[in-house]
Design a protein around this ligand. Structure first.
Ligand code: SAH
Ligand code: SF4
Length: 358
């Protein structure tokens, strides 16, 4: 299979070069068909047939659908894609009553090795290009019709700030050419400090979510190996710098793991960090979703409510996420790039989704 710049990696100039010999207006026409309609050459009925044929042979799609699954209530769709070199990634579309959100992958696999995450358990395959990320959004936007796709979250497979240039390239393209404003795009990081610092200087005001999960180094070292490189003091400095520079709140993600990070002590430590930032962080609680390689369980509902209450009583803004996608292994941390549905031991009562409240 051809491996070259994929269609959504091409700049407008590169597209024009591919159309050399055609009238000048064709490049704009094809560009709009691709970006505004997500059309593929065979659907570009306003083009002559010969040109459609030619385009079909020169434009290289990034994503080849291996499977698509929908949750029982059809509000969540998960795709498993094969890329041109055989690597596999997943994308999840979530339809809420008043908004539609796509969760994209930024890497095939992930090198960060968080113990509780199915992607981390599978290791790293490779970086995705900007076009490979963008095409996930284009596919989800098409599938969401007639609904409008409102939000993009980089919370699928991979660590976007460990693929900074390409992930940021995708943000710029989504913002500029797909009409989804930066304020509706969220990057989620496990704590890549240099990436957070770089993000603080970017022109586009995207949202930042930091996957914290523990607010003391001794515990975070175990859950998130990257903490040994960038411990909490360095991470919080970078978060404070980001908030200061952007004048925007960020959010902390916290996967609640029964008996591990859901005690009153954890809530107090988390509250201290959330409130220490120049603008207090918003906390998203995600009861741990089961994954094949991690034995612990998610905090049960009473424990989640108690943890939430404890944060609220300390003055912290908090949201508990809903349980979208667990019946198709599409919830947070369950994306493994395999065709299977529910992993062994997964219960549909497990909670978790990746919506970030505005
Ligand atoms: N690598 C980035 C983005 C992808 S992970 C990051 O870690 O932030 C997306 C979110 O899913 C993160 O908040 C991550 O901590 C969370 N997550 C991973 N495994 C999970 C699990 N088993 N249950 C619940 N959330 C999980
Ligand atoms: Fe990678 Fe995020 Fe999973 Fe950690 S939680 S292994 S950083 S995808």
């Amino acid at each position: 299979m051809a491996v070259g710049p994929t269609v959504y990696d091409l700049s407008r100039e590169q597209l024009a070069e591919l159309l050399a010999g055609e009238p000048g207006y064709r490049a704009g026409q094809v560009w709009r068909a691709l970006w505004e309609r997500g059309a593929w050459p065979e659907d570009m009925s306003d083009l002559p047939k010969s040109l459609r044929h030619r385009l079909g042979s020169v434009l290289c799609p990034a994503l080849h659908e291996v499977s698509r699954s929908a949750s029982a209530d059809e509000s969540t769709t998960k795709w498993l894609w094969e890329l041109n070199d055989g690597a596999r990634v997943e994308t999840v579309l979530m339809l809420y009553p008043r908004r539609a959100t796509v969760c994209v992958s930024s890497q095939a696999g992930c090198a960060m090795g968080c113990s509780f995450c199915a992607t981390g358990q599978g290791g790293f395959t490779r970086q995705l290009s900007s076009g490979e990320i963008v095409e996930q959004v284009v596919a989800a936007r098409r599938a969401a019709l007639p609904r409008r796709l409102d939000n993009v979250v980089f919370m699928g497979m991979g660590e976007p700030l460990a693929n900074y240039g390409r992930a940021w390239g995708a943000v710029e393209r989504i913002h500029a050419h797909l009409g989804i404003s930066a304020r509706r795009i969220t990057l989620s990081t496990v704590g890549v400090v240099p990436g957070i610092k770089r993000l603080a200087g970017e022109a586009l005001p995207v949202n930042l979510a930091v996957s914290l999960h523990a607010a003391r180094d001794e515990l975070r070292d175990q859950l998130v190996p990257l903490n040994r490189r960038y411990p909490l003091s360095a991470l919080m400095d970078a978060c404070a710098g980001y908030v200061e520079a952007r004048r925007r709140r960020l959010s902390f993600e916290w996967a609640l793991i029964a008996g591990v990070n859901d005690t009153a002590r954890d809530a107090a430590e988390l509250a201290r960090l959330a409130l220490a930032l120049p603008l207090p962080a918003h906390v998203n609680l995600i009861p741990l979703n089961p994954t094949p390689g991690y034995p612990e369980r998610g905090t049960p509902p009473e424990g989640v409510a108690a943890f939430e209450e404890s944060l609220l009583s300390q003055g912290v803004n908090v949201t508990v996420r809903d349980n979208r996608g667990t019946d198709i292994a599409a919830a947070c941390g369950q994306l493994a790039g395999s065709a299977g549905g529910r992993p062994a031991g997964t219960s549909p009562v497990a909670l978790g989704a990746r919506e970030v409240p505005k």
